[in-house]
Design a protein around this ligand. Structure first.
Ligand SMILES: [Fe+2]
Length: 582
């Protein structure tokens, strides 16, 4: 049975293909269109399904839409429209005036929003809009599939539980909002998910974090991770203001009073304005109270479900500091977080859920890695390199030669195998560097045109993880922070954040052999089984997807080298420097 999962409701449009319980392919639309998070400026906004990601998923399985059994869509408009949805005469007017200046959907009742969702099945039948037609010439968009609207939070919960290693778990989905729910609690068992609690709009931890992100001069529903990084520099002197606002009641259900940020904390920060200590303290206070609230919720959900394991999804679950505090609270013996915890992951969750309903009791998928996107063979890569007329050479020992460059403090673009699904680069589309010199953090932030305060994250051989990071064992998705072991701190200063932590990725050979071999080779040369791993993109750009994207990004940024498949590209200046170093 083939199930196509689609997310297109709010942001991060994506598609996923599930075949008899196994995930064949998954990708975000932004990687193909280069429109980050799928958010187009409003005056030019056209709403469309993620046709590029859909086409990639179909191509991966070598099937047409006509061969798909179910389309699982991660938003259920019937919760807002009730029986009117079943009335074929219902018309949702397109009224741009309700949309305002914001690039966000203002309300679930926006006619434009609703019309988009309600018309989604029709758009798939009609095929891509005119401006995309030539891209998909020859593709068939018709088929006798069944269209399933899946509750947004159920899709988040399924993306965590049905991909996790657990057969029984408490499941917490935390995001800005779904149809109405903003936080939901579930008990997952075998292939079922039982709802045990929910919090509805307007109470939303995700929307509160977005609101403060906006107040601090960053982009809402995009830059929340910057606020998390900033929090490490502040003191929690405003924590009581946030504590007074949030009340956690029975079963983990909470309320949030209207935030009056300017009244409490003074004028908001202009975008790009100076980062006064006040702003750092607000970020720290918010982060602390978020952690306290989620721990209180988790205790309640553990009591309700009796489960010793937990699964997390929803955009808030990308907060790796919060995840680490929850881990350290030891409410659960084990926690698994969906790597595509944001809305893109609901494409995967909706597809896994619909598949599970058709084949109850059968569960074969465990998400061991996130390499579910497009991949390119050496032949395909070389064909592009030849066409580009750029100088390149084939490497006999890719891992060894790349490790040699890294050991000489070169910063390299690393393009291997299938692209990651989810916001983190995990060794398929990464920028890599040595963590041994402290100045590498600033250099990488400079290369990527990022703010100075942003940390860079380490990848470590799984078998060495505990020796370098306190308590780290298996963390393949960079979703938890760990303290750097004190007597190793001087060996890897570039990846140690100001609070002594690092957002760790562990790697096992079966997850990505070439990436693992690279770390081994680096360890042989330096004695350090750790590299810096940051996403292969520059500011404002989505992570690279194709060889062309990688080469473009390499030539337009100060990267020293690009290792792409079995090939190496270097810049002339870099070659000179290498000769000097030698
Ligand atoms: Fe969501």
């Amino acid at each position: 049975m083939l199930t196509l999962g689609i997310n297109a409701a709010f942001h991060d449009p994506a598609a996923c293909l599930v075949s008899d319980g196994d995930v064949v392919a998954a990708a975000e639309e932004e990687r193909f269109t280069k429109v980050k998070h799928g958010k187009r400026p409003v005056p030019f906004s056209t709403w469309e399904l993620p046709f590029h990601a859909i086409e990639f998923c179909l191509r991966s399985a070598d099937v047409t839409l006509g061969e798909i059994d179910h389309v699982a869509y991660s938003f259920d408009p019937s919760q807002l429209l009730g029986n009117r949805l079943r009335d074929p005469t219902v018309e949702i007017p397109l009224d741009l005036s309700v949309y305002g200046d914001s690039s966000e959907w203002v309300s679930p009742w926006d006619p434009l929003f609703l019309s988009s969702i309600v018309n989604a099945p029709r758009q798939l039948v009609d095929g891509p809009p005119l401006h995309l037609r030539s891209r998909f010439r020859g593709a068939s968009w018709t088929g006798p599939y069944v269209w399933d609207f899946v509750d947004h939070h159920l899709a988040h919960a399924a993306s965590a539980f049905l991909a996790s290693p657990f057969d029984d778990a408490a499941v917490i989905a935390l995001d800005g909002r779904g149809e109405r729910a903003t936080t939901t609690y579930w008990h997952g068992h075998a292939t079922s998910l039982e709802l045990v609690g929910r919090v509805d709009l307007p109470h939303s931890l995700g929307l509160l974090y977005e609101e403060v992100t906006d107040y601090l001069g960053f982009l809402r529903s995009s830059d929340e991770y910057k606020v998390m990084a900033l929090a490490s520099y502040g003191r929690p002197r405003y924590a009581n203001a946030f504590r007074d606002m949030i009340r956690v009641g029975d079963g983990g259900r909470y309320t949030i009073a209207d935030p009056c940020l300017e009244t409490w904390f003074g004028p908001r920060r202009e975008r790009g304005g100076p980062l006064e200590q006040r702003y750092l303290d607000i970020a720290r206070s918010l982060q602390l109270v978020l952690e306290e609230t989620v721990i209180a919720i988790a205790r309640a959900v553990q009591r309700e479900t009796g489960s010793r394991r937990a699964c997390l999804a929803g955009g808030v679950a990308l907060n790796c500091v919060m995840n680490a505090r929850l881990r350290d609270a030891r409410i659960f013996d084990d926690i698994w977080v969906q790597p595509a915890a944001g809305d893109a992951g609901t494409a995967l969750g909706a597809a896994l859920w619909v598949d599970a309903q058709q084949r109850p009791g059968e569960r074969c998928y465990r998400m061991e890695h996130a390499f579910l996107g497009p991949g390119f063979t050496d032949d395909e890569i070389e064909e592009f390199l030849r066409w580009s007329k750029l100088a390149y050479r084939r490497l006999d020992d890719v891992a060894g030669e790349a490790a040699e460059l890294l050991a000489r403090d070169k910063v390299i673009g690393w393009f291997q195998g299938r692209m990651e699904f989810g916001p983190r680069a995990l060794g398929a589309r990464s920028i890599l560097a040595s963590p041994i010199r402290a100045e590498m953090q600033a250099r990488l932030n400079d290369i990527k045109d990022r703010e100075d305060f942003r940390p860079v994250a380490p990848v470590v051989l799984e078998e060495d993880a505990g020796e370098w990071f306190e308590g780290a064992s298996v963390a393949p998705f960079m979703l938890f922070v760990y303290d750097v072991v004190p007597d190793k701190a001087d060996r890897i200063p570039a990846v140690r954040h100001v609070d002594g932590t690092a957002r760790v990725q562990t790697i096992r050979r079966d997850q990505q052999p070439m990436y693992y071999d690279l770390l081994e080779a680096f360890k042989q040369r330096t004695g350090v089984p750790v590299l810096i791993n940051t996403s292969f993109n520059t500011r404002g750009e989505p992570i690279v997807c194709t060889p062309r994207d990688a080469v473009e990004s390499f030539w337009t940024s100060p990267l020293d080298a690009l290792v792409i498949g079995s090939f190496l590209l270097e810049k002339p200046m870099s070659l000179d420097a290498t000769r000097r170093d030698a």
